[in-house]
Design a protein around this ligand. Structure first.
Ligand SMILES: Nc1ncnc2c1ncn2[C@@H]1O[C@H](COP(=O)(O)OP(=O)(O)O)[C@@H](O)[C@H]1O
Ligand SMILES: [Mg+2]
Length: 235
């Protein structure tokens, strides 16, 4: 097919032969054993696999939190593998919104400040960051909780704040590590739907790590990982 009629969205995440070994010598453990992965703009991909299969490790490498031991990773055509750890914060700021396992909000900050913080780090002024934080908190249904400290919020509400924070400043890639693990089925589905809707509007690439089969139906594509390998047909 010629490039001119290929209307596929841009490949935003590309991983080839990625390995990750933790530790060295007798205690070395190879958590990723040659992973190929790609995702495109606007795609909502789920990464599924048993506990210990390497999901968090892969997401952390794609999210510029960890460096791979070998292999190549590109974000928007920029090679990020082989870089020093000191290069990672700039790459994270440029490309990544991260929803961590257990949300990682700052307990003593109110919802607005939790969401505004990454925008301030991206160079937005206070007023603009606050305005955008309030807009996003309204979108996730928390307009009445803007001034609440995160420790005063329920699990589902915190996860909504974490989504707003990951989308703040519109990073083109949004990564979420088991975002529904601590939520009941209904709240989990609502929160995942919300992430999907907001991300789609903005054309973000979203990768959600999960083994929550209650949300699989929301994925555009499900990628399975076992023992550090991507597998076509999970058992
Ligand atoms: N910092 C670390 N040091 C040593 N081993 C680790 C470290 N992080 C993860 N591992 C090991 O790597 C494997 C994959 O872990 P992880 O990516 O967290 O899997 P998952 O998210 O699928 O549960 C597991 O066997 C885990 O024990
Ligand atoms: Mg994990």
């Amino acid at each position: 097919m010629s490039a001119a009629i290929d209307a596929s969205p841009e490949v935003t995440i590309l991983a080839r032969g990625v390995t990750k070994t933790y530790g060295s010598g007798a205690v070395a453990y190879q958590a990723l054993r040659g992973v190929d992965f790609e995702a495109r703009a606007g795609e909502f991909v789920m990464l599924n696999g048993p506990s210990g299969s390497g999901k968090t490790t892969l997401l952390s490498i794609l999210g510029c939190v960890l460096t791979p031991t070998s292999g190549e990773v590109q974000l928007f055509g920029e090679t990020i593998s082989g870089r020093k750890e000191s290069a990672l914060p700039r790459l994270r700021l440029a490309y990544i919104g991260f929803i961590f396992q257990g949300h990682n909000l700052i307990a003593s900050l109110d919802a607005r400040d939790n969401v505004a913080l990454p925008m301030r780090m991206r160079g937005y002024g206070v007023r603009e960051a606050n305005r955008e934080a309030e807009r996003l908190l309204e979108r996730v249904g928390l307009s009445d909780k803007i001034d609440r400290q995160s420790k005063e919020l329920s699990g589902g509400q915190r996860q909504r704040v974490a989504i707003a924070r990951a989308l703040a400043g519109s990073p083109p890639i949004v990564l979420a590590d088991e975002p529904t693990a601590s939520l009941d089925a209904e709240t989990g589905a609502t929160v995942t739907n919300l992430l999907k809707e907001l991300a789609r509007e903005a054309g973000h690439t979203v990768v959600v790590v999960t083994h929550d089969n209650r949300i699989f139906h929301l994925a555009d594509r499900i990628v399975h990982i076992e023992d550090g390998h991507i597998v076509d047909h999970p058992v």
